[in-house]
Design a protein around this ligand. Structure first.
Ligand code: PLP
Length: 469
């Protein structure tokens, strides 16, 4: 205990540390430097009290303060390099936008725009028209509306069409998406009453039929985005549900979750029903995300029958879940790329990454390995290994695209220490650990990022070497 007290007394006074910083950074405001000094003292204090720190020199104090200063001066939300192989990585921002989408965002948000202005009539217009036409063209839907995200799309659809009434859903489809989106909870908040039918593994058409009564508003299907039920199972298809709905004059809605316009089975991935196919079964309203398999910005897309979509648009909740202009700009530009599927898979990064062939990934892994070999110490073990990428974002849960990665092992630095050090770099590199090695899956590494990975690792190893000498 006495030792800790001695150390605590060595923490410089705030005004002293502020003074030292002021000499080094005369242009920076005093208030900021005082804040840095306080934060630094607080951090050191915490380290001493927790036993993490056993000595303290003025140089160390200064180094920490400078580190804090860098943290204060840089943006919190910034780019990272995704070497995890998870393409639609929700924690890492889901979809990387196409160049066309970025240009549209910059153009529209660095100038005034016709967001809600009808250029033809010179009168007030609607923000929704900008993506309506293209959505109808691409999917064959009767009407379209876009909102903040798919959770909002589900909420407002249920609230509009079923508040105070029952919605029939299979027990096997009561999904939870990461970040606490749960169908039963959203249903409750929408004011609709959940009527679950069937068993977890098996739901029959007769289960839905038996649940229908005079208070039933809707039959609902939810895409099992992030899980699969295998073995002794039975699921009612959208088409069967539509047929049942028609018999009882009940609308059928489907939360597609991811939603895609491209048939991935044509590119060697698992079959995921496209939005066009789902609408063709006669489902009255479908909802899906803009930033999962679609590869656009965060948005919720609602497609379906004209009268239903019109009612949803007029719901006062719509103002609360409204889509903003930057999102609209990015969404419209992304959607336009789908007019030509070849262009879409070439220009929308999410699609491009998903369908990159294992051979191509192997070629890139070999290239990265060779580059790393040149800059890392000879003790570092580098191998090209076959691995499995993930689609992520609660889409195609059973898809396991073959990929290639560079596996790195060092006799001196543990994989978990390397992984943590990479997260501290600029830009941070996010990699995963498998069997004591650090894996860089090339599927999600963007063009030009391989060199950054090399540079970053080179720096980490150099620092480690200095520490050991
Ligand atoms: C992802 C998902 C949602 C939520 O969509 P967000 O765009 O993240 O709000 C809702 N339902 C299903 C089935 C999903 O997969």
């Amino acid at each position: 205990m006495a030792e800790k007290e001695i150390l605590l007394r060595q923490i410089p006074a705030i005004h002293e540390l502020t003074g030292t910083l002021k000499k080094r950074h005369p242009a920076l405001p005093e208030r900021l430097l005082t804040q840095i000094a306080r934060k630094t003292a607080e951090l050191i204090r915490g380290e001493i009290l927790s036993g993490k720190r056993e000595s303290l020199s003025p140089e160390e104090v200064l180094k920490m303060a400078e580190g804090e200063l860098i943290r204060y001066q840089r943006l919190n939300l910034r780019r990272v390099i995704n070497a995890t192989g998870v393409v639609v990585h929700t924690n890492l921002g889901r979809s990387v936008l196409a160049q066309e989408a970025l240009e549209a965002v910059v153009e529209v948000s660095s100038h005034y725009s016709n967001l809600e202005f009808d250029l033809r009539s010179g009168k007030r217009g609607s923000r929704y028209v900008h993506v309506e036409e293209i959505l109808l063209e691409l999917t064959g839907a009767e009407a379209a509306l876009v909102v903040n995200n798919n959770a909002a799309a589900v909420l407002i659809t249920l609230n509009t069409l079923a508040a105070g009434k029952e919605v029939v859903v299979s027990r096997g489809e009561l999904v939870e998406i990461g970040g606490s989106f749960r169908i039963p909870d959203v249903m409750a908040r929408s004011g609709a009453i959940l009527r679950e039918v069937g068993a977890t593994n098996r739901t029959h058409l007769k289960d839905y039929e038996a649940a229908i009564n005079e208070n039933t508003a809707l039959l609902m299907k939810v895409h099992k985005s992030n899980y699969a039920i295998v073995g002794f199972t039975k699921e009612v298809s959208g088409a069967e549900l539509v047929e049942l709905g028609r018999r009882y004059q009940l609308p059928v809605i489907e939360d597609l979750g991811s939603g895609c316009f491209v048939d991935f089975s044509r590119y060697g991935l698992l079959k995921e029903p496209t939005v066009q196919e789902v609408l063709a079964t006669g489902v009255d309203v479908v909802t899906f995300s803009g930033d999962k398999l679609l590869g656009g910005p965060q948005a919720g897309i609602i497609l379906g029958r004209k009268d239903f979509v019109a009612a949803i648009r007029q719901n006062p909740l719509n103002r609360a879940v409204r889509i903003d202009k930057m999102t609209l700009a990015a969404l419209e530009a992304t959607l336009r790329l789908y007019r030509d599927e070849k262009e879409a898979i070439e220009k929308i990064p999410t699609l491009k990454m998903l369908i990159t062939s294992p051979q191509e990934l192997k070629r890139r892994a070999v290239r990265l390995k060779n580059k790393l070999r040149k800059v890392l110490p000879s003790g570092a073990e580098l191998r090209v290994v076959e691995t499995i990428s993930r689609v992520g974002g609660g889409a195609l849960p059973l898809a396991s695209p073959r990929s290639f990665a560079v596996a790195l092992k060092s006799p001196h630095i543990s994989a978990s220490r390397l992984e943590a050090a990479l997260r501290e770099q600029e830009p941070p590199v996010i990699a995963r650990i498998e069997e004591e090695a650090l894996l860089f899956d090339l599927r999600t590494v963007l063009p030009g990022e391989e060199n950054l990975i090399c540079k970053t690792l080179e720096e980490i190893f150099q620092k480690e070497a200095l520490c050991q000498n």
